[in-house]
Ligand binder design. Structure first.
Ligand code: UDP
Ligand code: GLC
Length: 385
């Protein structure tokens, strides 16, 4: 099947890592069209997935844009829509992976008569999107998409609550290449020593630095834990959240945590780093649509604690495959960190259970087969019309 994938980002967020895994089986017949250049293009090229940067003009709609900004941005979208329409004629299906990709893909689908699939990775709620942006996404999807793949039930529910047609939706969780998480190549103790954290209880936080990812909640919790608990913050500000980064550094200084917190920036060696941690914390303050990091922690057989919101509660069985705490509740998080540290056998049992369950539920091969069947059906239905 010939697929034109579209994604607005040049950077490596979860939606882009997920698309890389989905596009791989189609690499001889697909193109990934990007609306910005960057490390995402490099990763696709490295994986031998055809990629083209379709524009380097920034599209000025933000997640909280109002109607006027959105209309204004349409001007810059017109040449892109024309280009994508032309390209789409060589493909059987347009697969939009982000919201701006949906806008461009919807019009290109209309003009090129190619079916449109929208992979919705975001929760369309006021926490994440302005009313205007939610309306645009829902209206275009309802009118022009043949299928909406949502990354969790929470994402599906929010789409329907925003006015989306439920019959278009299908929940498909992210899949993961299980072998990548089995590697024993790097000795966890070596990494701990290299970080200067030997003997410490290490809590790992693996997320881009952004206020709603809640790194500040983990810092608050640390002050309520033993001084032998340290944290590594892995990830960078991907979308210009420099003020937040500054705020985090200031918070570390003010709380006297300099010896206990390390900022490691964006890393591509997530697996060995996770394996060097005693616990992985996921601290989103707004509902997380899916949360790849949670599944990755499980596949690395590391204990996980996560804020109970959005898709997270579909991933973790409380007290069986991980711990849940109320979003923003740093004392509760601190208590769980302490429990995990004091009860290593219980934590190891939970991590083992999580590893086994996650390997069953989030196997990339199964997920890719599921998606292939859904796309076949879209093409088949289109051929009947
Ligand atoms: N990640 C990474 N390097 C980093 C930080 C994060 O490769 O330094 C990866 C992480 O392993 C995960 C993805 O980025 O696969 C983030 O996806 P998630 O769904 O957790 O959150 P998002 O940022 O997409 O909202
Ligand atoms: C988005 C969401 C994240 C999800 C990822 C992959 O980036 O914010 O929760 O895990 O997409 O679906």
């Amino acid at each position: 099947m010939k697929i034109l994938f579209l994604d607005q980002s040049g950077k490596l967020g979860g939606a882009e890592l997920s698309l890389t895994d989905l596009a791989k089986p189609y690499r001889h017949h697909c193109l990934v069209g990007l609306f910005a250049d960057g490390t995402f293009r490099e990763l696709l090229e490295h994986q031998q997935i055809p990629v083209q940067v379709l524009t380097t003009e920034p599209i000025r709609v933000k997640k909280d844009s109002g109607i006027f900004q959105s209309l204004e941005s349409m001007n810059s979208l017109v040449p892109l829509i024309i280009k994508v329409t032309q390209i789409a004629r060589d493909y059987q299906l347009i697969y939009a992976n982000t919201q701006k990709a949906l806008v461009v893909g919807a019009f290109a689908s209309l003009f090129s008569h190619r079916p449109l699939v929208y992979h919705l990775h975001d929760i369309l709620s006021p926490d994440h999107f302005s009313l205007t942006n939610r309306r645009i996404a829902v209206t275009l999807t309802n009118r022009l998409a043949s299928l909406v793949i949502t990354n969790s039930q929470a994402t599906q529910t929010a789409f329907i609550a925003a006015g989306g047609r439920s019959e278009l939706t299908k929940v498909v969780y992210n899949g993961f290449e299980l072998n990548s998480y089995k590697t024993q190549a790097n000795d966890p103790n070596h990494i701990r020593k290299k970080l200067g954290l030997d003997g410490q209880f290490i809590v790992g936080h693996f997320s881009r630095l952004s206020p709603w990812k809640g790194q500040h909640i983990l810092l608050e919790a640390l002050t309520q834990c033993s001084p032998e608990v340290s944290a590594i913050l892995v990830g960078d500000a991907l979308f210009g959240e420099q003020n937040y980064v500054q705020h985090l550094h200031q918070q570390v200084a003010e709380l006297g945590l300099k010896e206990r917190v390390q900022f490691l920036g964006f890393r591509s060696d997530i697996v060995p780093l996770m394996k060097a941690c005693d616990l992985i914390a996921h601290t989103s303050t707004a509902p997380e649509p899916f949360g790849r990091v949670i599944v990755e922690a499980m596949l690395c057989e590391r204990p996980i604690v996560a804020a109970a919101g959005g898709g997270v509660i579909e991933l973790i069985e409380a007290e069986k495959t991980g711990w849940l705490f109320s979003p923003n509740n740093s004392p509760q998080l601190a208590q769980i960190i302490t429990t995990c540290r004091n009860q290593p056998e219980r934590a190891a049992t939970m991590a083992r259970q999580a590893q086994s369950q996650a390997s069953q539920r989030f196997n990339l091969n199964t997920v890719n087969q599921q998606i292939a069947q859904l796309l076949d059906r879209v093409i088949f239905t289109q051929s009947l019309n």
